[in-house]
Design a protein around this ligand. Structure first.
Ligand code: HEM
Length: 220
């Protein structure tokens, strides 16, 4: 049997950012779909106010997380490698159900498999900007319109609402698939526990390359 070793994979800020973002997105979905008249939880007026507050919080979080990704060099984790992408897709569609071994190995410096890297890059470069930009235009629509300063006011509000809602559906689809994928680790809760504690049990061979000391200032 291969020896297992506990490896520190997800750093403190990363875990804070991940869970705060998850909570905010779920709350924005609940309040947003109330504004959309699909569900009724807080009352329309409250939903509008709560949605705006949570949106500002998310924007603040995004600013800090972009700064963190750039300054720590963690953005490199999201550069996809296409060489093993098809092996990874094969694993999730067939191999995993037949007990085949994982085609890629996780380490602290290389923690995303090729499929995750592509998906998260899409999340960061397409889904998040779509919902944030349409949300901001939605938020400032009347101001822009009243001042008659910016061309944006000529885009009908229905289009902006439609694009924003489309972005919301994409984001919800991402969340559902993402949560399902997290259960495909060695046990259904392994990956979720790792994102909560920061530590994950990896095979010794991988672990020996990836153990990082918490006190190392470059890994904070
Ligand atoms: C920074 C991010 C976001 C901003 C700035 C934003 C902004 C807004 C604004 C201004 C509205 C119109 C209601 C109002 O006047 O307050 C709205 C509606 C809505 N938002 Fe967001 N939002 C953001 C993120 C999200 C997220 C993450 C979701 C869902 C996952 C979401 C889902 C919705 C939905 C479904 C509506 C209703 C659209 C309609 O039918 O008019 N929003 N949003």
């Amino acid at each position: 049997m291969t020896a297992m070793q506990k490896v520190y994979i997800y750093k403190q800020f990363e875990r804070f950012w991940h869970w705060t973002q998850a909570i905010l997105i779920l709350f924005l979905a609940m309040t947003g779909f109330e504004v959309h008249d699909s569900i009724h939880l807080f009352g329309y007026e409250n939903a509008v106010v709560y949605h705006r507050i949570a949106a500002w919080m998310l924007l603040g979080l995004i600013v800090f997380s972009v700064f963190w990704h750039i300054t720590t060099g963690e953005w490199r984790q999201y550069i996809p490698s296409f060489s093993k992408l098809s092996a990874q897709i094969h694993y999730y569609t067939f191999g995993m159900f037949k007990g085949e071994p994982h085609p890629t190995h996780k380490t602290a410096r290389n923690k995303l498999n090729p499929l995750q890297a592509v998906t998260y890059l899409g999340f960061k470069l397409v889904m998040a900007p779509l919902i944030v930009v349409t949300g901001m235009v939605y938020m400032f629509y009347r101001t822009i319109d009243a001042n008659d300063m910016v061309v944006v006011s000529e885009i009908p509000l229905e289009w902006i609402a439609w694009l924003h809602t489309f972005g919301a559906y994409l984001l919800l689809m991402f969340v559902i698939i993402h949560v399902y994928m997290t259960t495909t680790g060695s046990t259904p809760l392994t990956n979720i526990k790792a994102m909560l504690t920061g530590y994950e049990e990896l095979e010794d061979t991988e672990a020996s390359h990836s153990v990082i000391k918490k006190e190392d200032p470059h890994e904070a």
